[in-house]
Design a protein around this ligand. Structure first.
Ligand code: SAH
Length: 244
């Protein structure tokens, strides 16, 4: 298991392999110190650091990225609005780097992850190994062609043409299951939401989340100058009718 080291200055170090001495700007942290479960440790130059075990989020922040990943601010509402839990089965398409897939897998029973690009899925598979994820099933598949699984609780889409998935998602989801589409541009939102007309889905809402981080240093308290720009819109739909 990886470790995290903290210095009072706010500097943080991620120690991927704690079976070896770790070298940083505060000196060398010997293996014996790294093996402590948590607490204060001292480097060979007498500097004090705190050590803790890394957790999912620490490892997650180190995944390798192929295509653009969904930021954390947009992952939060997918989990909250759908109420998925350790009994849920989900399908995520496309896999990309696996960012959303891994967050879903961290709290649900099983995630099936489709992508048409083998090269992206290879990156995601390595990331899944790094995270020790056992409940992710990667499949090289074009979701516009259909969905093999059924009885799903959630389907998430991060694809150029999400409206092409509505009919397949209607067949693959449980009654009450959720379909969530994440798209960067307005025409995609319009075509997806309009495409729900006459389908077994009800459109719950479409949102854009704007996160504004603040700097807090003494009484210098103000919005950070450099902020994350636009990411995407989230549209939530729920399967409520069997057929129309
Ligand atoms: N949500 C991912 C990023 C997805 S990027 C993350 O958080 O990491 C979009 C992905 O969709 C790309 O990898 C692309 O190859 C895949 N894709 C595009 N069209 C697809 C389709 N029809 N079926 C399956 N995957 C598709």
């Amino acid at each position: 298991m990886a470790k995290l080291l903290f210095h009072r200055s706010g500097k943080t170090f991620y120690v991927k392999d704690p079976s070896k001495d770790y070298h940083c700007q505060f000196g060398v942290v010997p293996v014996k110190e790294l093996q402590k479960a948590s607490g204060r440790i001292t480097t060979n130059t007498g500097k004090e650091l705190a050590v803790i075990d890394s957790s999912f989020i620490d490892d997650y922040r180190r995944i390798k990225r192929g295509p653009q990943i969904i930021p954390l601010k947009d992952i939060g509402p997918i989990i909250a609005e759908t109420g998925i839990d350790d009994k849920s089965r989900c399908l995520d398409a496309g896999t990309g780097s696996g960012a959303l897939t891994f967050f879903l897998a961290n709290i649900t029973k099983e995630v099936i992850s489709y992508d048409i690009r083998e090269d992206f899925q290879e990156v995601a598979k390595k990331n899944a190994d790094m995270l020790g994820m056992k409940n992710v099933h990667f499949q090289k598949k074009d979701i516009y062609e259909g969905i093999t699984e059924n009885d799903l609780d959630l389907i998430t889409l991060d694809l150029p043409e999400p409206w092409k998935v509505i009919t397949h998602a209607a067949a693959a989801l449980k009654p009450g299951g959720f379909l969530v589409s994440y798209s960067p541009s307005v025409p995609q939102v319009a075509d997806f939401v309009n495409g729900l007309d006459g389908s077994p889905f009800v459109h719950l809402k479409t949102i854009e989340l704007i996160e504004r981080e603040w700097d807090v240093a003494g009484r210098k308290v103000r919005p950070r100058s450099q902020q994350i720009g636009h990411s995407g819109f989230l549209s939530f739909a729920r399967k409520v009718w069997r057929k129309v």
